[in-house]
Design a protein around this ligand. Structure first.
Ligand code: UT7
Length: 328
């Protein structure tokens, strides 16, 4: 099997900063409630003229400025998003055009907040199969555009952002750094977190058709803690690892209390968790790369550290990867 390694990394968030007092003026809430129930202090929203493709483009440019890679030989672009500028052309095709990549496949995936971990899993699979050699995985969201600002239980959560990696085939006996990957789904929970599309019903039941995020926060909250804390040990066992072998746990940053719940179930201190919820809110598929970026920028994560990425969310879906960080 051909091994896969991450050879470059970048992120982007829009400029417009939204602090909790924005919501105090909009709905019946307080900064104290938001911080204590979610951990969120601020997040960033796109303007009316900025879209997911702009965040993707800026994240790729950030990556190119930080690592000595080129896009010429890229042979697949995967974009994980639930907020594409439009369903077609796909965001991946838009990136092919923007960066003039000559010979590449292009596909968008809809795995909601698990999108980045699903994207890495797919990239590793394409490389292991020998069909592809250099894959861009982007995770990018403009959740502010599908937020129901009249729903106080959810509107305070969401932010916009993007992350990107290049995954390449390891060469000349080099070791890869994407280890075990695990994917799962729980369709029964679909109605607990959805956005309406063409159909008036979901599994036969009527739904809110406002094309905004509708969430049963309490149910998703419990499912997330149970699922992630049960599945992380299973993911690690696939690589013959245990919790003690891992330097950094990077679950999707949906709510600080979810991370605390996972930390308590796994009996791992919160100091071993990387998060992006405090400064960026819930950015869905982008939350894992944004957490990693903060840790890299403050020199917390070092080359050789072992990490677990674990995404979960709408679908319901989940996915995890063991990654040994290999970049400076
Ligand atoms: O990223 C995809 C996956 N999504 C998630 O993982 C989200 C998971 N869920 C959550 O993060 C949390 O459930 C929420 C943050 C959405 C809600 O927090 P909660 O602690 O579950 O609150 P709750 O819905 O149980 O509401 C508690 C109280 C209620 O008042 P009563 O009934 O106890 O009087 C709510 O009406 O808090 C009230 N409340 C608020 N109060 C002030 C709900 N939203 C707000 C608000 N400001 N924004």
């Amino acid at each position: 099997m051909i091994e896969a390694k991450i050879t470059a990394f970048g992120t982007n968030v829009p400029n417009k900063r939204i602090d909790n007092d924005f919501y105090e003026k909009l709905i019946d809430t307080t900064d104290e409630w938001i911080v204590s129930r979610t951990g969120i202090k601020t997040r960033y929203h796109t303007t009316d003229t900025e879209f997911t493709s702009d965040l993707c483009e800026a994240a790729i440019k950030d990556m190119l400025s930080r690592y000595p890679v080129t896009l010429e030989a890229v042979d697949m672009i995967i974009v994980a998003t639930v907020t594409p500028d439009q369903p077609m052309p796909a965001m991946s095709c838009v990136m092919q055009l923007k960066f003039n990549i000559p010979h590449t496949g292009a596909i968008d995936i809809f795995a909601a907040c698990a999108g980045f971990a699903y994207g890495l899993t797919l990239a590793k699979g394409l490389i292991a199969a020998g069909t592809h050699k250099k894959v861009i995985v982007l995770a990018a969201e403009t959740l502010s555009k599908i937020t129901d600002f009249e729903d106080r239980t959810s509107c305070i959560l969401f932010g916009d952002g993007a992350g990107v990696v290049i995954v390449e085939a390891a060469q000349n006996g080099e070791k890869g750094n994407i280890g075990a990957c695990l994917t799962g789904s729980y369709g029964e929970g679909g109605p607990d977190l959805y956005m309406s599309g063409l159909a008036p019903n979901l599994y036969g039941a009527e739904i809110k058709r406002n094309r905004k995020i509708v969430q049963n926060g309490k149910k998703v909250f419990k499912w997330a803690i149970n699922t992630v804390s049960k599945e992380i040990p299973r993911l690690l066992a696939m690589d013959g690892l245990t919790i003690d072998d891992i330097d950094w746990f990077v679950p999707h940053s949906a709510n600080m209390r979810i991370l605390e719940g996972i930390s308590s179930e796994l009996k791992v201190p919160m100091s071993k968790f990387l998060e992006s919820i405090t400064n960026f809110g819930n950015t869905s598929s982008a939350s894992i790369p944004l957490a990693l970026n903060q840790a890299l920028k403050s020199n917390i994560v070092k080359k050789g550290d072992k990490m677990v990425f674990f995404g979960f969310g709408g679908g319901l879906t989940y996915a995890g990867n063991v990654v040994t960080w290999g970049l400076d």
